[in-house]
Design a protein around this ligand. Sequence first.
Ligand code: GLA
Length: 384
Amino acid sequence: MELNRRTVIAGAAAAGLAATTLGTGSAEAAPGGRKPVKELFGKLADGTKVHRWSLENGGTRLKVLSWGGVVQSLELPDRHGHYANVSLGFDNIDDYVAKTPYFGALIGRYGNRIGKGRFTLDGTAYQLSVNDGVNSLHGGTKGFDKHVWDVEPFTKGSDVGLHLYYVSIDGEMGYPGTLRTKVTYTLTRDGDWRIDYEATTDKATVVNLTSHVYWNLAGEGSGSIENHELTIAASRYTPTDSGLIPTGELAKVSGTPFDFRRAKAIGRDIRAAHPQQVTAKGYDHNWALDKGITARPEHVATLRDPSSGRTLSIASDQPGLQFYSGNFLDGTLVGTGGRVYRQGDALCLETQHFPDSPNQPAFPSTVLRPGRTYRTSTVHSFGS
Ligand code: GLA
């Protein structure tokens, strides 16, 4: 099936995922917000153009690529009003294609790992693309982060934003069902960055979409995030085996390095030599949020950089949060500002369902069936 802009949008509209307002790029500026601006970012090897959209509202400046819905830059003021880009990335498309560890990207169909890339649904066994040892990570060898999305700008009241569309055909990366996906990035008048994910399918499937921004609130390329203070509203987390697949246990954080119920510097316990940290080379775990699944986004985590005063507060309706402390950054990638990224130079806070849920009956279900719409939202609020 050939996918082009028209079939993607028509398909999305037919699936009830139509854009809420204008999608022409000629929208008037929202009060307080700047109309999204489009520019050429680069070209893929086959000549396909990749565009970058720039948005600004409420003091937050966001740059998004049509490639993977990547947040290429997110600029925030510090306590003195000085802006810095707090999201790791590259200044060119070739590096995103060749070597990105999911910098800023949309992740699908399944955020994090599925053990051995296998699962059984309604009695049928599926084999997924395997790309992390024996396991499937972040959707497989060519996940949603490695496709050009169809992007439409919008303004709605005082909000500005982008609708991003991607259609994943039946069988792509081994997943059943054609999945029509719409992700909306909104910058609000308060400078919040909100993500609304929606998807429909024509066969029973599994889905777990998330965003993979690497945060450094002192600015990308400025060094370690070990002095950042983190709070996670969770009393339990999901320990993993050596392949980072959950064992199924919901272990208590109490008395362990995994206790972030009160603000704690990330570096404080990161060398505590807990067996789970040795396996993961730091933190790379799913926290089972105390609030569970909620109808609307509720507070799940707060991050604060004492040096700049910048803060990030995350609200989500999802049951889990993956906190990854940038363990695999190894000093070989040169980032947007021309500086090298080393281990622990950023962290990810991925709102999600638990990893490997399709193989863990006790975990909340990630099954999506025809006639239902997958919907989930995450809100990032900033301060300084
Ligand atoms: C997630 C995983 C990590 C790692 C990163 C990308 O956060 O949990 O193990 O794969 O993505 O490098």
